[in-house]
Design a binder for this molecule. Structure first.
Ligand code: DGJ
Length: 720
């Protein structure tokens, strides 16, 4: 369809409107993105928002398209940078067609002078999540060298504050706030994986926006390699969030007829704080046909239980102990293959070690299956130890920018999956493992940054190829073994993004399973990822990574707000501890339906010692009141229970087996008047406004609170 002069497109879905100005031949500009506008004459909207022609870089108002172009007079960050030996460095695309797609529009454009074709897809999904991507094709002779292709979504002037994320191993996704001032905030990820410190979700919002107040707009650059995420504001009243792939020099040289496609840039709007934005991400992910819908099984992972000490007898005992506390999936971690007796050798040799598994994995798998559990296995297919049979046979399969190897990290190098021979070998090995063994789950790890990561031989930069080859490897393996679930792990939570989640079923949020640290890590991971996809384990009494000692009630009471698991040596735990753990497993099994389909909520708790997380379903809710420090108020104030139906009556009481209920978790919890099995009966409106009195808690304690509707939809009390 050729655009006509009155082509304004109003997409509206899931409470969100996106209005595109497709008038004229230039690339479309987004004139509005935010709360749904209902019936609308988009031409009137565009007229109302049209700027004065004040004339600086051009006499006519500069139209900033989704792919901003300098040829339109735009002097901010360009959408496209590239050239043909110095020519064709500035594009001027002319739209040749606009077509409606399932969830939005597809725009085809070309630039005859630059000899480039462009296709832009803009979608708005039923959950209210928008996403955009572009494909650039070289339509001329010679090579077009692409530097970046970056899409932008505009945000309104009221967004004066930015939130994005940083982090490191064991402390992923730490929030940071900055003012959204004139200029550009560019978050680059050069780690060759999504990165612990990626921008993750870049949010622009009204000053002081919180969990449940303030309008917010956020973007997520869905890519597991180099990425750039941008917030830009200028003195012409333009503010936008953008993102795309970070390409290394010379990584993408398009020959005639070749194309490059950007990652999806996801956009989300929230009318009432971060929870309303997260709810849209969660709704979008849950609507995918391949989203895991079966109950998320209780996992026991062997890593912090035995590390590299693999022994059939010991692991058989662990498997039996796991089954006794109610585990449903047993995952054998690193150390089962080749010469992998520690982390210095063996990566790449994906053959069961006869030294530690003389009869293969079969005997352990049999024990696990007979105990009623699924069997899962750890792999790290993109990596190679120089001390491995694979590296000795194919030294030229290790990524390198020249005749030198990159500095080793965790004693390993990166396997060049852009090399078809290495790719085929790895696919064959993984396929054989899954074919020969009864494996229903892979924990897919990736334990180093990509440094100096070139294709050996040519020395050309290879992060772009590596990332796409990894996607292909996962896709091919899943096509061959569609029933196998895959977890995305990268030294903990180094690979959490929506593109890896297109081909994996859960993410490992962090190698830190200290519940105190996990409060923040999981809260912020869940801004994008719903709880059922976030691996969350109970560890040893003394955390292996922080040496903090926490009671089981804190560990388990927090870990159930995720895809629950256990990662400690159960064979050394006392009978009392195992019984308590089994009770938590029972609770998780009882509430996982709610936790994994309900709406995630967070309180705006004024007291920095406390936080409140909850999940609200049709007729009930489960909340965790968590203290991570002592309060400066004694006793502390009240907390609102958000998200409940204002017009329904709820029975609210502490949820066993939290140890407040038996008087241990709170210093004085037993004496708190509402904190009894009888609890209180209040409407969702009262609970969301007046709330509950917080208990005095020891630091690092959790009090679970259950709210159950006791009326029917018509307001009649049917239970108490
Ligand atoms: C890093 C992961 O994050 C850990 O959980 C564990 O699987 C180790 N790698 C194994 O080497």
């Amino acid at each position: 369809m050729r655009p006509s002069t009155d082509d304004l497109v109003h997409l509206s879905s899931g409470g969100v409107s996106l209005v595109l100005d497709c008038r004229g031949a230039a690339l479309p500009a987004i004139v509005y993105w935010g709360e749904a506008l209902g019936d609308l004459d988009p031409a009137q909207l565009a007229l109302a928002a049209a700027p004065q022609p004040i004339g600086f870089s051009a006499d006519t108002p500069v139209r900033v398209s989704i792919l901003p172009e300098q040829s339109a007079g735009w002097l901010g960050h360009p959408g496209l940078a590239g050239h043909r030996d110095g020519r064709a460095w500035s594009s001027r695309f002319s739209v040749s067609g606009i077509d409606r797609s399932a969830h939005g529009v597809r725009i085809d454009a070309s630039d005859r002078d630059a000899e480039l074709n462009l296709t832009v897809e803009i979608e708005l999904h039923p959950a209210g999540v928008s996403r955009a991507r572009a494909r650039l094709t070289n339509a001329g002779a010679g090579t077009y060298w692409l530097e970046h292709l970056t899409l932008f979504l505009p945000v309104p002037a009221e967004t004066t504050e930015l939130l994005d994320f940083t982090g490191h191993h064991l402390r992923e996704r730490a929030p940071q706030r900055t003012a959204f001032t004139h200029g550009m905030r560019l978050r680059e990820n050069r780690t060759g994986r999504t990165g612990y410190d990626s921008a993750f979700v870049l949010v622009a919002g009204m000053a002081g926006f919180g969990n449940r107040h303030g309008r917010v707009w956020g973007v997520h650059t869905a890519f597991s390699g180099g990425a750039r995420t941008i917030a830009e504001r200028n003195y012409h009243g333009w503010s936008a969030l953008g993102g795309g792939e970070l390409l290394l020099p010379g990584e993408v040289g398009l020959r005639e007829g070749e194309s490059y496609t950007t990652p999806w840039l996801y956009g989300v709007f929230g009318a009432a704080g971060l929870d309303s934005a997260a709810d849209r991400f969660h709704g979008y992910l849950r609507s995918r046909p391949h989203h895991p819908r079966a109950p998320r099984p209780v996992v026991v992972n062997t890593w912090e239980a035995v590390y590299f000490d693999h022994d059939l007898g010991r692991l058989t005992e662990l498997a039996h102990a796991a089954a006794r506390v109610g585990a449903e999936r047993f995952v054998l971690d690193d150390g089962w293959f080749g010469s992998r007796r520690d982390d210095t050798s063996g990566l790449g040799d994906w053959v069961v070690s006869r030294e530690v598994w003389p009869d293969g994995l079969g005997p352990l798998i049999k024990v696990v299956r007979e105990a009623g559990m699924e069997f899962g296995l750890w792999v790290e297919p993109e990596m190679i130890n120089p001390d491995s049979d694979l590296a000795r046979a194919h030294p030229d399969w290790m990524m390198a920018a020249g005749d030198r190897l990159p500095p080793p990290a965790r004693s390993q190098q990166v396997l060049d999956l852009g090399n078809p021979a290495a790719f085929d070998h790895m696919l064959e090995r993984l396929d054989a493992l899954l074919t020969e063994n009864d494996i229903s789950y892979l924990k897919w790890d990736h334990n180093r940054d990509l440094v100096d990561a070139g294709h050996p031989g040519s020395g050309r930069a290879g992060v772009h190829d590596q990332t796409n080859a990894t996607y292909r490897l996962l896709d091919d393996l899943r096509a061959r073994h569609p029933g196998v679930e895959i977890e995305s792990c990268s030294s903990g939570g180094g690979r959490v993004d929506l593109e890896i989640l297109e081909r994996t079923d859960r993410i490992w949020a962090s190698d830190c399973i200290d519940a105190h640290e996990r409060v923040g890590i999981q809260r912020w991971t869940s801004l994008l990822v719903p709880l059922e996809l976030i691996g969350s384990h109970v560890g040893a009494g003394r955390s292996h990574t922080t040496h903090r000692v926490l009671p089981l009630s804190m560990q388990a009471g927090h870990a159930i707000f995720g895809h629950f698991g256990i990662e400690c040596d159960l064979t050394t735990r006392s009978a009392a501890e195992l019984a308590e753990l089994a009770a938590w497993v029972d609770l998780y099994k009882e509430v996982r339906g709610l936790l994994h389909t309900g709406t995630l909520v967070h309180g705006d708790v004024a007291d920095p010692a406390y936080s409140l997380t909850g999940v609200v379903g049709e007729d009930d809710g489960l909340f965790a009141i968590i203290a991570t420090a002592t309060s400066d108020a004694y006793p502390p104030g009240t907390v609102a229970l958000p998200g409940l139906d204002p017009d329904r009556l709820y029975h609210v009481r502490p949820q066993p087996p939290g140890d407040v209920a038996d008087g241990n978790a709170a210093a004085w919890g037993a004496a708190l008047p509402w904190c009894t099995p009888q609890g209180v009966h209040l409407t969702g409106r009262a609970l969301g406004s007046s709330g509950l009195r917080l208990p005095v808690l020891y630091p690092d304690r959790v009090l679970l609170v259950r709210a159950t509707a006791v009326d029917d939809q018509a307001g009649r009390v049917v239970a108490s």
